[in-house]
Structure formats: C-alpha cells, structure tokens
Write a protein that binds this ligand. Structure first.
Ligand SMILES: *[C@@H]1O[C@H](CO)[C@@H](O)[C@H](O)[C@H]1NC(C)=O
Ligand SMILES: *[C@@H]1O[C@H](CO)[C@@H](O)[C@H](O)[C@H]1NC(C)=O
Length: 227
C-alpha cells in the first residue's frame, strides 16, 4: 500500500510539474542532437580509411545508385552505402511520403522526382530536383528516369540472389501461406498465375526491381532478354 501511495505521489508531482512548466520534449532539438551524436560516432570509426592496397591509387565513387532488390540481403548493403553517403554529406534521393523513402512500383510510373523526393541538400534554393549523389531506397530500375535526376556519371550497382532461396525467403517474410486457403506452398505454386497479381511478392520479384513491368512479367521472350 505504501509503495502504491509513493508511486502515485511521484506521478502526481511529475504531472503538476509538467503542466506548470509546459515541459514537452523539443523534438527538433532532440533530432539534431541525435544526428550530431550519430555523426560523432561515425567519425570515431575512421570514416575515410585508406584503400586496402595502399600502393594502388584508389578514388572512391561518390555517386552511386544501388538498385535495391527484395529478399536478397539488400538492406545490409543499403546501410553500408547510406553510412558512406551520410558521413560525406552527400545528397540522397529519398521519397517524402514514405518514412523509409521507398517508391512503390505503382507510384513510380505516376510521379516525377519533384513530386517524389526531398530536394537535393546542395540545392535547396533553386530546387531543380537534379544532381542527387546516392539512391538506396526501393525504386524500380529505369536508367533513363534515374539518369535524369542523378549526378552525371553515377555508377549503378545491385544485389541478386539465387531465385529459389529468394522466393522461399519472400514466402516466409511476406507470409505468402496466407494467400491460399489451405496455407500450402504446393497450392500456391500450382496456381501461381492466379495469386501473383494479388501479391507481387509471390513471384521472383528481382525482375520487377530491375525494371521489368508488371504487365511484361508473362512475356517469356522479353524476360529472357535484356529489357
Ligand atoms: C558535413 O557537414 C557538416 C555540417 O555542415 C560539417 O561540419 C562537416 O565538416 C561536413 N563533412 C564533410 C565530410 O564535408
Ligand atoms: C554530389 O552531387 C553534386 C551535384 O550533382 C555534385 O556537384 C558533387 O560533385 C557530388 N558530390 C560528390 C562528392 O561526388
């Protein structure tokens, strides 16, 4: 009983204090402190290490478009590229409307860089929405569109995974067993044409990540060639 009374008293005192002093957290200050702490932590780790072979001249590529694929370990590589860009104050293409900055397959065909992204950090005034240095979010690969907003000479990289393990990973992660009434993988595989349109993840999504359109997925000739 005494413990409960003491607890209530503390809560009451805090509540009175919070109301009288209007102590709400200052989120802007907190986030700038967080960024500073993060930056200092990164700097302590030697952010610009010497190249592996110090005798070979090596210049880092600072304009990188990482074509992020699904269920391939891409978030790990994304974090590495993000740290690389963050510590060098590089400008990221990042979707305004999504907390993780991703652009879905549907939104991509409709929106322009101006509608999708935050402006580049080096160009907040004229706001051309061009000249980004880094892209690591999910966005379907389209070289022409990407070239229109990335810095000239940007290097493109991606990560691919052997399709069977990629699919098994997607099956588990996106809970694809829920697509079929009997929750069986066999049913899903037998009737994949019926299911995959309701859930794009039920097929090997790496082709869509790399730029194949949804309506081109059944076109085997196209899928087997460069698209
Ligand atoms: C990045 O920006 C911060 C803050 O403006 C600055 O202190 C720092 O020196 C910059 N770092 C690099 C590598 O340009
Ligand atoms: C980042 O992009 C800007 C604008 O295209 C470019 O001027 C700058 O050289 C790039 N930064 C690096 C470090 O490559």
């Amino acid at each position: 009983n005494r413990v409960a009374m003491a607890f209530l008293a503390v809560v009451l005192i805090y509540a009175v204090f919070a109301v009288t002093h209007n102590r709400l957290p200052n989120y802007e200050l907190l986030s700038s402190q967080l960024i500073q702490t993060r930056r200092n932590k990164e700097l302590r780790r030697d952010p610009f290490p010497a190249p592996f072979d110090a005798d070979t001249p090596c210049t880092p590529t600072t304009n990188v478009f990482f074509v992020k694929t699904h269920k391939t370990g891409s978030t790990t590589l994304q974090s590495i590229v993000n740290r690389f860009g963050f510590i060098r104050n590089l400008s990221f293409a990042f979707r305004r409307q999504d907390p993780r900055g991703h652009v879905t397959f549907k939104d991509f065909s409709k929106a322009s860089p101006r509608e999708m992204f935050f402006p580049p950090i080096h160009d907040r005034i004229t706001c051309t929405f061009r000249g980004y240095n880094i892209s690591t979010v999910h966005i379907a690969y389209n070289r022409q569109i990407a070239n229109s907003y990335m810095t000239e000479g940007t290097k493109y990289i991606s990560l691919l995974r052997e399709p069977v393990s990629q699919w098994l990973s997607a099956y588990q992660f996106f809970k694809l067993d829920k697509l079929t009434r009997d929750h069986s993988m066999e049913t899903l595989l037998d009737k994949k044409n019926d299911y995959w349109r309701s859930n794009l993840y039920s097929r090997n999504l790496q082709s869509l990540d790399l730029g194949l359109r949804v309506n081109q997925f059944e076109d085997m000739a196209l899928s087997n060639n460069d698209f």
